[in-house]
Design a protein around this ligand. Sequence first.
Ligand SMILES: [Zn+2]
Length: 314
Amino acid sequence: MLNWQRVCLIGAVALVMSGESLAQRNLPPMQIEQLTEHVYRYGGLTNGAFVVGSQGIAVIDGQICGSNGTQWLKEQLAERFDVPVTYTILSHDHEMHICGLEVFSDTARAIAHVNAKPHIVREGRRTVVPEITFDERMRIDLGGIEVEMIYLGPTHTDNLIQVHIPAEGVLIAVDFVREGKSLAMPELRDLNIDNSIRALGYLGRMENVDIVVPGHGGITQQESFLYVRDYLQTLKDRVLEQMVAGKDIEEILEIVTMEDFSDYGWFDLWIRANVITMWEQMYHYREPTDDEGCYECDFPIGFPVGEVDKYSGP
Ligand SMILES: [Zn+2]
């Protein structure tokens, strides 16, 4: 090997190693926590879970790309249990939650909602392409313990599923709630508002749920669904009220402060983007009642500036 080639190779290896160690240094350490007889939570930056039956293991979600966390789990499972991983379950298509699940493909079949697959393929997610898809509900038996997957319609993405282990009262609810009373997400860009409000109400009252495992942060209880539902309903009502009153987004950011929800986790960091993205959702949701007024005032996105005749065009 020529000297310059050797230098380039060493440089490339050093770059890869420093990239990996940087990712690992900034991430919380990987941990496994047994929640019930058959159900475990695992993860570092994000929460995954696994369910161990007498015939096999189902792993719910991978870890963030670059963390090597999914491979770490594979090694831990091989050391701790003498049954294979027979299923991987993808909560939804967001890469942060599913990276690396292909490491289980030697023994496992991957399950996701039918809408997840096109996102995974189109966006080139670094994970397994689901082999089994379902629409409304699906149940698997791991030997002595059953896992039910439930789709409640479009909520956070059009393919988020809930994973329920009814016999042990565990619900894995990724990216829909956080621990205690908290905003769920930084912004509402890909949230179906009305169906989320319905689904959150359903999950808040669902039977056989003692422990809720969110995708981020500590475990929580069912009340968290109702806290998020109440917040979303109130934010929607208040933003709509101001839009109907003719306020623009800058005015709405001043008026809709949501101060009465300021005890929610992540409020200070996320409220501004939550209001803006709720406004954007409501912009698509409603048709303003106007007379011959300023059309581009009601529909500010994409129209030319200046007088526009609503019925005849510019
Ligand atoms: Zn997500």
